[in-house]
Ligand binder design. Structure first.
Ligand SMILES: Cc1cc2nc3c(=O)[nH]c(=O)nc-3n(C[C@H](O)[C@H](O)[C@H](O)COP(=O)(O)OP(=O)(O)OC[C@H]3O[C@@H](n4cnc5c(N)ncnc54)[C@H](O)[C@@H]3O)c2cc1C
Ligand code: FES
Ligand code: FES
Length: 489
């Protein structure tokens, strides 16, 4: 059984197909058809809903956080203990919500198909906006909030005007009025033990502790772990497969923690990408830069760092950065844990060092060392919401003009995210000069034989990798040059 709030109403579901997405639950089970299906793959934002979730601060105070996500990639079991708000919930006492009013006033809708998704992204933006922010900051936040929503007919200018209106004159709404009540209701349904949602011969288990997760994965080695679902759900929505047993890791509190130590940051594998990248960007600003280039806000709100590593995609964005930084992962199986350098996790295309019933518990990232220069670059066809053709991350340490350490990692260049061993060898012990960098660029041809696909040709990939290394060298020589986030095909 799972329990959640559907707006303010308590919902208890005993028997539902756990392969059902929140989109299909709303539309086909509850007949709430305001939330639309455009792509069922996280690309268009028409299915955007908002999830309210309790968080407790260091003083024991509960807070209610609202985040947008894609209902088409969210399985119903992940609603357990949360609040689901869909577009039907915004109109109150016969009056449009201020974000809906702004869309009408600013002519932000034509055919209307995309409009519920935009409205929900605007609603989440309004809930998280701060009136004290400058107009420039607000525009950047609106850009960020809406980058995962596509509109084919209106054009985005009126929608940005609606964002400005909605966040500029923020009025208290019914959600503000009911906030204390919502927190009380969410506290009342706070899960206290492993839950299960089953329907037919399919089941999804929802543990709360790492130990329970380990036990369940031992008992069901064939189960698929479900984190944000932004990859896994595609197997159902795009490949039309069924997932007979899933174990949802998103309610395991210890796997959603970010802990800061003197020399490292430890990040629970089930932490949302939004939170991870924000925490890492304080230490390494390039994570903050990449955050804006990683998928859309909806995907980053639900996708996790553990999922981004575990899926072992050769074009995942976090692994090259983490490998260049020398990050490690903690793998857990039953009561046993082992720590592995992240680069050793990836063995071959989608083949990893993870054993049966073993899962990623946390990621350990060393803290910044002022003597090492870290930079990351993503090359993709679009600035927003696009997958990398090439992703590169470099960290060199230069002492008295000589390279004493080099970690150069790439995504999109091989079947796995990988260090460039030959390139590193050419650099180490040599003067940090243009001539050395040119030799290192040549060595990249020994490190990689990239593939050609619809994102880029092999020649383009190799040349991009070499040029990114040249760019890195130039940036370190002239630190005022700031070109990395604008690199695209
Ligand atoms: C529209 C769209 C845009 C995207 N853009 C990008 C992008 O720009 N850059 C990028 O890198 N990726 C991108 N992705 C891919 C995806 O969002 C990320 O890889 C994300 O981090 C996956 O995390 P998740 O929590 O959603 O994983 P899930 O889908 O829940 O899981 C993915 C896989 O990892 C396994 N898994 C999950 N957690 C664990 C764990 N703790 N231990 C062991 N196994 C585990 C699951 O069983 C599954 O096999 C995009 C996806 C979509 C749909
Ligand atoms: S339907 Fe397109 S993102 Fe969900
Ligand atoms: S109003 Fe038609 S797709 Fe946006």
């Amino acid at each position: 059984m799972i329990q959640f709030l559907l707006n303010q109403a308590l919902k208890t579901e005993h028997a539902l197909d756990p392969n059902m997405t929140v989109l299909n639950y709303l539309r086909e089970h509850l007949h709430k058809t305001g939330t639309k299906e455009g792509c069922a793959s996280g690309d268009c934002g028409a299915c955007t809903v908002v999830i309210g979730e309790l968080s407790t601060d260091d003083h024991g105070q509960d807070h209610l956080n609202y985040r947008s996500l894609n209902a088409c990639l969210t399985f119903v079991a992940s609603l357990h203990g949360k609040q689901l708000i869909s577009v039907e919930d915004l109109k109150h006492q016969g009056q449009l919500h201020s974000v809906q009013r702004a869309m009408v006033d600013c002519h932000g809708s034509q055919c209307g198909f995309c409009t519920p998704g935009f409205v929900m992204s605007l609603f989440a933006l309004q809930k998280n906006s701060d009136e004290a922010d400058s107009a420039k900051e607000k525009h950047a936040q609106a850009h960020e909030a809406l980058a995962g929503n596509l509109c084919r007919c209106t054009g985005y200018r009126p929608i940005f005007a609606a964002a400005e209106q909605a966040c500029g004159q923020r009025q208290p709404d019914q959600f503000d009025e009911h906030k204390a009540q919502t927190i009380t209701r969410l506290r009342a349904i706070k899960p206290v033990q492993t839950a299960e949602l089953s329907g037919g011969d399919r089941r999804c288990l929802v543990p709360l502790t790492v130990a329970d997760l380990a036990d369940l994965y031992d008992a069901y080695p064939q189960a698929r772990l479900l984190a944000g679902g932004t990859d896994l759900a595609l197997e159902v929505t795009q490949l039309h497969r069924t997932l007979p047993v899933m174990i949802y890791v998103g309610n395991v509190a210890d796997m959603k923690k970010i802990e800061h130590y003197d020399d490292r940051i430890e990040i629970g594998a089930a932490t949302a990408l939004t939170d991870c990248y924000e925490a890492l960007s304080n230490e390494y600003p390039d994570f903050g830069q990449l955050l804006h280039r990683f998928a859309s806000l909806q995907i980053r709100n639900q996708g996790t760092l553990g999922g981004n590593i575990a899926n072992a995609s050769p074009i995942g964005d976090s692994p090259p950065l983490l490998i260049a930084l020398g990050a490690k992962i903690v793998l857990r199986k039953g009561t046993q844990s082992r720590t592995l350098a992240l680069e050793d996790y990836f063995i071959d295309y989608r083949v990893t060092a993870r054993q049966e019933s073993e899962f990623i518990e946390k990621i350990i990232v060393p803290k910044a060392d002022a003597s090492q220069a870290f930079r990351a670059y993503k090359v993709s066809k679009r600035l927003d919401d696009d997958i990398s053709a090439v992703c590169a991350a470099f960290r060199v340490q230069v002492d008295n003009g000589v390279v004493i350490e080099a970690r150069m990692a790439f995504g999109g260049m091989a079947a796995i995210p990988k260090r460039a061993a030959h390139c590193e060898q050419v650099l180490i012990g040599q003067p940090w000069t243009q001539a050395t960098v040119e030799r290192a660029c040549a060595a990249l041809e020994q490190d990689f034989t990239p593939l050609s696909d619809f994102r880029a040709s092999k020649e383009y990939r190799l040349l991009s990798a070499q040029n990114l290394l040249r760019k890195y060298f130039i940036e370190l020589q002239t630190p005022h040059i700031e070109t990395r986030v604008t690199a695209y095909v």
